[in-house]
Write a protein that binds this ligand. Structure first.
Ligand SMILES: NC(=O)c1ccc[n+]([C@@H]2O[C@H](COP(=O)([O-])OP(=O)(O)OC[C@H]3O[C@@H](n4cnc5c(N)ncnc54)[C@H](OP(=O)(O)O)[C@@H]3O)[C@@H](O)[C@H]2O)c1
Length: 305
C-alpha cells in the first residue's frame, strides 16, 4: 500500500532494521544525556564496540558508576563532563572543556531531552522543552562544529522524535507567552526546530567531511516524563509503558548511524531508527530553515553582532 508521505512512518516502522558490527576502537564518542534511557544504552553499545566515551550529563553521582562499569568491562576510557541543558552558560563551559581537552571527536550524539506536561521556564525565561531539547543541543553542537570539522570524517546525530509531527515552530511565540501550552505542542515544536536547524547545519557542513542526521529512536521504555506529575507517571507506568519497546532497539540504531560504513557521507536526513523517512512538511519547510536558525542563534547568544 502507498501511504501519503506524511503517514509514511506508519509503514517504515515495519521495515527490517539495519545493523552493524563495526569496530570503533580508538574512536571518541561524545554523548549528551548519557545517564539514562537511550543515551545510557547507547554509551554501553558504543563502549562495547571499542569507542572511548565522553558522557555529557548534569549529575556526576549518577554518571560515576556508569563510567566505572564501562571502563572495567570494555577496557576503554570514559570521561564525565557536567552540563545542565537548562543553562546556556553551563553548556558553553562543557563545550569549551571538550574542545580544549580532546584532539578529535569521531561521533557526537545528542540524546539529552525532556517531555514536560507543564509550562516551565529556565532562568532566562525560555520554555523548558525548547531550551533542553532544542536550544541547548543547538548551542552545544554549534560550539563543537569546528572540532568536528578538524576531526573529519566525523558524524553528528540528534536523537529527535516522530513527536516533531505534533507541532511546527511559532516564530513569534516559541516560549508560549501568548498561547496555550501543552506537552505535545512544546515537545513537537522543540523537535521541529531541531530538524530545521539540522538542515542548515547540513548545508554549512557540505564537503567538510562532517555529516549530521536525526533519528527517531522508537517508542521505548525510559525515564522520559519522570519530571511530570503523579497522574502522568501512573498512566505512563500502568498504560503507556505496556506499548513501549526495549531501549536496545534505539542504541542499536544509533550505533548503526554512528559507525556503519554504509552511512559514510549521508547527511541531512531523518531516520526512523535506521530507515530514512520524510519528516512532516513543517519540519522541512525551506522558508522556515533560516528564520529558525537565526532565532536559535539569537536566543543562545551566538549572534554575529
Ligand atoms: N523514550 C522514547 O520513547 C523516545 C521517543 C522519541 C524520542 N525520544 C528522545 O530520546 C532522547 C532521550 O530520552 P530518553 O527517552 O532516553 O529519556 P530519559 O531516560 O529521561 O533520558 C534523558 C536524558 O537527558 C538528561 N537530561 C534531561 N534534562 C537535562 C538537563 N537539563 N541537563 C542535562 N541533562 C538532562 C537526563 O539526565 P538525568 O539522568 O540526570 O535525568 C537523561 O540522561 C530525548 O531527546 C527524547 O526526546 C525518546
Amino acid at each position: 500500500m502507498k501511504w501519503p508521505e506524511e503517514l509514511n512512518f506508519l509503514n517504515t516502522r515495519k521495515e527490517k532494521q539495519k545493523e552493524t558490527t563495526q569496530d570503533m576502537t580508538g574512536f571518541l564518542s561524545v554523548v549528551s544525556g548519557a545517564t539514562s534511557g537511550i543515551g545510557l544504552s547507547t554509551v554501553k553499545v558504543l563502549a562495547k564496540a571499542g569507542s572511548n566515551i565522553v558522557m555529557v550529563c548534569r549529575n556526576q553521582e549518577k554518571a560515576l558508576p556508569i563510567k566505572q562499569e564501562l571502563e572495567s568491562k570494555f577496557n576503554i576510557k570514559v570521561d564525565i563532563v557536567i552540563a545542565d541543558f537548562m543553562d546556556f552558560e553551563s553548556v558553553r563551559r562543557a563545550a569549551a572543556t571538550i574542545s580544549q581537552t580532546y584532539a578529535r571527536i569521531n561521533v557526537l550524539i545528542n540524546s539529552v531531552g525532556i517531555h514536560s506536561t507543564r509550562k516551565r521556564y529556565n532562568k532566562d525565561g525560555i520554555e523548558s522543552s525548547f531550551c533542553v531539547n532544542h536550544l541547548s543541543v543547538f548551542l552545544f553542537t554549534e560550539l563543537l562544529l569546528d572540532k568536528m570539522k578538524q576531526s573529519a570524517p566525523s558524524r553528528i546525530i540528534h536523537v529527535n522524535s516522530e513527536g516533531h509531527r505534533f507541532s511546527g515552530v511559532k516564530l513569534k511565540d516559541v516560549n508560549f507567552k501568548r498561547r496555550i501550552y501543552t506537552g505535545l505542542k512544546g515537545y513537537g515544536q522543540s523537535k521541529t526546530a531541531q530538524l530545521l536547524t539540522m538542515l542548515e547545519h547540513d548545508r554549512m557542513l557540505k564537503d567538510s567531511g562532517v555529516t549530521i542526521n536525526a533519528c527517531h529512536p522508537g517508542a521505548v521504555k525510559t525515564n522520559i516524563g519522570s519530571n511530570n506529575g503523579i497522574l502522568y507517571r501512573l498512566f505512563f507506568k500502568y498504560v503507556t509503558s505496556l506499548f513501549l519497546k526495549d531501549v536496545s532497539i534505539s542504541s542499536s540504531a544509533l550505533y548503526y548511524l554512528a559507525a556503519a560504513p554504509e552511512m559514510e557521507g549521508i547527511s541531512g536526513k531523518f531516520f526512523n531508527l535506521t530507515i530514512e523517512e520524510t519528516p512532516a512538511k513543517h519540519a522541512i519547510n525551506k522558508d522556515m530553515i533560516l528564520p529558525v536558525y537565526q532565532l536559535s542563534k539569537h536566543m543562545v547568544g551566538l549572534d554575529d553582532a
